[in-house]
Design a protein around this ligand. Sequence first.
Ligand code: SF4
Length: 329
Amino acid sequence: MTTINKIINKALDGAKLSDSEIASLFKVQDLSEEAFAVQQAGRRFSAELLKGKAEIHGQIGINVGLCPKNCEFCSFAIENKVFTESTELSTEEVIEGVLSMEAAGASAIYIMETANFPFEKYLEISSAVRAAMKTDIPMIANAGDFDDEGAKALVKAGFKGIYHAIRMGEGEHTRIPIANRLKTIEAAKSAGLLVGTCVEPVGPEYSIEELVEKTVLTREMEAVFSGSMRRTRIPTSPLAQWGQVSYARMATIVAAVALATGTGVPGNCTHEPNQLAIHSGANLIWAEVGSNPRDTEAETVRGWTVDRCKEIYAECDWDVLEGSSVMYS
Ligand code: SF4
C-alpha cells in the first residue's frame, strides 16, 4: 500500500509520473484496497481539474460502414460482416439529431463519419450543422486521418476541435500505422484545433506495457481530455474471443489514466457511461444518436440520451456543467 500511496500523492501534488509508476497503478489487483485508493484519488483529481463540473457531450454517427480499414474492434469493418450495405443520414436528419442533443443540454457536438466517407461531403454536412445550431457550443470532428489542408478545411467548416486516438493494438488490430494517426493530430494542432483523445478500446488481452504506452501518448499530445473506454464485444470480430474488461477493472484504469495524464489534461472520459468509472473520476461521457462502431444496429440502440447521462452523474454525486464545454474552450 505504501508504494501505491506514494505514487498517488505524487500525482495529486501535480508531479509527472514515470512509466513504471503508471504501470504500478494499472497493476493493482481488482477490488483490493490499493484499487479503491487509486479510484478515490482519480475522482478527487478529476473533480479538482474541472472545478467539480462534469461534462456531457453529444455525438452523431452520420453513416454506416462498409469501411475498408477493417479495424478488428469496429462494427463498420467490412471483414466483421455486421452490415451488408453502406447507408448514411440525410443532412436534415443529421441536423435534427444534433439539435435534439443541443436542446437537451449537451456541451459539445461531435460529428462522426467512417474513415471511407467522402471528406468533402463530410465538410458540407458539418457546415450545414454548424449554421443550424442554436448555441455556440463547440462542434468536434470525429473523422478519419487528414493532412494540413484537411485540418484547415475543418476549421473553415466550423469545427473547434477533433477527437482522435492512437487505439490499442493500432497497426496490428487496425490497418492504420500509428505514424498516420500522430500526423493527423499534429495537423489538427497546427491548424488551431483542440484535440480530445482516449486510451481505447481496452480489451482484457492487452499488456500493462501497452496500456502505459498509450496513456503516455495521450499525455504527450497535450489533449484537452484523455480517459479510457473498454472494447465492446462485436460477436463476429476476431477479438470477440477475448471478451470484455469488467467495469470494476475499468474504474481503476480510468482513475489511473487521470492520475497519469496529470494537470495538463483536465478531462477524463469514459465510454460507455457506467457508474463505477464515473464514480472513480470520469468527468466526460457521451450521449449518442445515429450510428456507432460498437453497435450492430444502424441507428444506435446502445447510445444514451443526454437526460440519462445527467441521471448517472447525479447518482454519482457529480454536478454537471451547463452551457459550452470548458475542456474545448
Ligand atoms: S474504426 Fe474507423 S477506420 Fe476503423 S474500421 Fe471503423 S470506421 Fe473504419
